[in-house]
Write a protein that binds this ligand. Structure first.
Ligand code: FMN
Length: 368
């Protein structure tokens, strides 16, 4: 099956990208004290030289004392960290690429294996990072207001530094998602509630603040996932109606693109249809969507952390869905972590040169 339609340009507000391939955000923990190094800049520039359409950065944290559980995860605040990000975006632009930072607050976390802890306890909607596991503080109204302002400042800084868009990390059980999920949001105030739509208030306020800071013409992406690290089978929205009641208010608040995280993109979201999450999000909101999850690989990414290797796999099913109009853009994670030339190899049909993925690639910033 032809991959030609992956190589059509895509325009939306501030985004003007040469193909449909998006480098998925991947935490690398190579930024000591939260400062992205020249090596980090070179790593992203290599992916731009490799003709990735849009690069999304690893999650980079907002200005709250406990927004991170790892000293080597980059900040998106403070003079030194932002100077590091300036080098990153300059390098990507010099190679003809486009990029947005993934703005992140981790919420309540497990303590990191390094033993490092932030200067204050973790914070989240109810002190929980999974049902029954308390490891931090319940955020007050003042904490929530300050966090929302910090998301907004990060987005404004992304625009000021010259990034092409911004992505909010609203997935995978981190802060925004901890508000969405009833398993971690037990609040009885306006930020809690019985329905997913009610528990979306924090996310909506973050999006509105980000939109206010960046203006109408700057592309805002949000990453969402039904699954949680604590429960891969979780569905925040159990029906298309619930999904509509969740996503449309997010779109109204200012989201341009929904980045729909699945572990395997081919898995249907609901019974009686083969549409995946990105397919439903596009159908229900009319917004552009990004699909992601094991594109071009045999195994999924969480198993990869446990050491499972993946081999290259066919893109036929991806292209069937893409050419049916299910989604606009395609997120690719591990193949691009391990190989900056993946896009060119796909475009040129050099499938025998594709590398697959082994855990060893996580130990370095692969440059070649
Ligand atoms: C090393 C690694 C780090 C990741 N870090 C993030 C992250 O910071 N933010 C995020 O939204 N997803 C993160 N992910 C998930 C990826 O963005 C992507 O959704 C996942 O790897 C599935 O895509 P793939 O099968 O193409 O690798 C990470 C994945 C990997 C492998």
């Amino acid at each position: 099956m032809s991959t030609n339609s992956l190589f059509e340009p895509f325009r939306l507000k501030s985004l003007n990208i040469k193909n449909r391939i998006v480098m998925a955000p991947m935490t690398r923990s190579f930024s000591p004290n939260g400062i992205p190094t020249d090596q980090v800049a070179a790593y992203y520039q290599k992916r731009a030289e490799g003709e990735v359409g849009l690069i999304l950065s690893e999650g980079t944290v907002i200005e709250r004392v406990s927004s991170s559980n790892d000293a080597n995860i980059p900040h998106f605040y403070g003079e030194q960290a932002l100077a590091g990000w300036q080098k990153v975006i300059n390098g990507v632009h010099s190679a003809g690429g486009s990029m947005g930072p993934q703005i992140w607050h981790m919420g309540i976390m497990d303590n990191h294996h390094s033993g490092w802890l932030p200067g204050q306890p973790f914070e989240g909607p109810s002190g929980l990072n999974r049902p029954g596991n308390n490891n931090g503080n319940t955020m007050t109204d003042a904490d929530i207001a300050d966090a929302i302002a910090a998301y907004g400042r990060a987005a404004a800084d992304a625009k000021r530094l010259g990034f092409d868009c911004v992505e909010l990390h609203g997935a995978h059980g981190y802060l925004i998602d901890q508000f969405f999920w009833e398993g971690t949001n037990e609040r009885t105030d306006v930020y809690g509630g019985k329905t997913l739509a009610e528990r979306s208030r924090f996310g909506i306020e973050v999006i509105k603040e980000v939109r206010k800071q960046v203006g109408e013409d700057f592309a805002v992406i949000i990453r969402l996932s039904q699954w949680k690290p604590a429960d891969y089978t979780n569905q925040l929205a159990k029906t298309p109606q619930e999904m509509e009641a969740w996503l449309n208010p997010l779109a109204d608040a200012g989201v341009d693109v929904f980045h729909c995280s699945q572990r395997r993109f081919w898995e249907p979201e609901f019974e009686d249809s083969d549409l995946n999450f990105a397919g439903w999000a596009k159908k229900l909101t009319g917004k552009a969507t990004i699909t992601v999850g094991s594109v071009g690989l045999t195994g999924e990414f969480l198993a990869a952390f446990g050491g499972e290797s993946s081999q290259p796999s066919s893109l036929d099913e991806l292209m069937r869905r893409k050419d049916r109009g299910d989604f606009d853009l395609v997120g690719v994670g591990r193949p691009l972590l391990a190989d900056p030339h993946w896009v060119q190899k796909i475009r040129d049909g050099r499938t025998s040169e594709l590398k697959g993925f082994t855990k060893a690639a996580l130990g370095e910033l692969v440059m070649e």
